[in-house]
Design a protein around this ligand. Structure first.
Ligand SMILES: C[S@@+](CC[C@H](N)C(=O)[O-])C[C@H]1O[C@@H](n2cnc3c(N)ncnc32)[C@H](O)[C@@H]1O
Length: 260
């Protein structure tokens, strides 16, 4: 039995900027304990000391904590709703909408957004902000090279128009890449961008405590333009969205409403 998780959390926050207290405790502690054991440590202190000294161990720790699983057009039905029902309310003539893909992982989500937008507007001046806490994931996103598995749900026309096959892998085109601005961002600590027309934040809120989620919902609302929309993951429906002055549009889509 590993002891002093509380002390470990304080040190991890100082070292990485990641506040483990905001993540669901049981799930997170179980993951960390199993990683520590896998590396043959038997207490938090020794493992933490090794983390500080060994960059490989540090990278493994960050990677393990952040769970980077993603894919293009994850939950395709919701992407169809986004394109056909939500975007027409967002796109205004002569104005490119401001889109933020928060917790974008290895880039599948912001690139999916850019491809979807190519059906709706001229994307030559589109700039989607894509952020994540994990710099390793952002690096992979910027490289833009993917397995065929991650492309399974993507409309076929996008694969032929926007990817080139390199061996077993698929490389995203510069046209789509140039639509995305990748940045490091911690949803728990950093300032949120302003006046977003669409915020896509999917499959990360499930890892947070109720309190942290409530703070994030308020911050997302503040971040949205009037009538801006928040798109969440398929297990992340917001209970009582009116508490955050958000109005449900369709399942998983919420519109900013009223004054905070
Ligand atoms: C499961 S992935 C979701 C990727 C994508 N949004 C999707 O739905 O396919 C979760 C991502 O959340 C990021 N993440 C975890 N904690 C975060 C935080 N505090 N701030 C920003 N990103 C965070 C992780 O690094 C990881 O890339």
């Amino acid at each position: 039995m590993l002891t002093d998780y509380e002390g470990f959390k304080v040190k991890v926050l100082k070292l990485t900027g990641i506040n483990l207290s905001c993540y669901k405790e049981r799930q997170m502690k179980r993951r960390i304990d199993s990683l520590i054991r896998k590396n043959n440590y038997d207490d938090y202190d020794n493992y933490f000391r090794a983390l500080v000294q060994n960059p490989k161990l540090y990278d493994e720790f960050i990677n393990y904590l952040t769970i980077n699983v993603s894919e293009f057009y994850r939950n395709p039905t919701q992407w169809e709703i986004l394109e056909k029902e939500i975007m027409p309310g967002i796109i205004k003539p002569g104005r490119i909408p401001k889109i933020w893909s928060a917790a974008c992982s290895t880039g599948e989500e912001p690139y999916s957004l850019a491809m979807m937008m190519s059906r709706l507007v001229d994307i030559s001046s589109l700039k989607i902000l894509a952020t994540d806490i994990d710099d390793g994931a952002i690096e992979k996103a910027m490289a833009g090279v993917y397995s065929s598995k991650s492309l399974e749900n993507l409309p076929k026309e996008f694969i032929s128009n926007y990817f080139t096959k390199e061996g077993e892998k698929y490389k995203i085109s510069d046209k789509i890449k140039s639509c995305i601005k990748f940045e490091h961002h911690n949803l728990l600590e950093d300032k949120y961008p302003e006046k977003c027309d669409l915020i896509v934040c999917r499959n990360v809120m499930i890892y947070f405590t109720e309190e942290a989620k409530a703070t994030m919902h308020n911050k997302f609302r503040e971040s949205l333009n009037d009538n801006g929309v928040l798109f969440v993951g398929s297990t992340e429906q917001i209970i009582l969205p009116q508490r955050y002055k958000l109005a449900p549009l369709r399942t998983f889509f919420y519109k900013r409403s009223g004054q905070a």
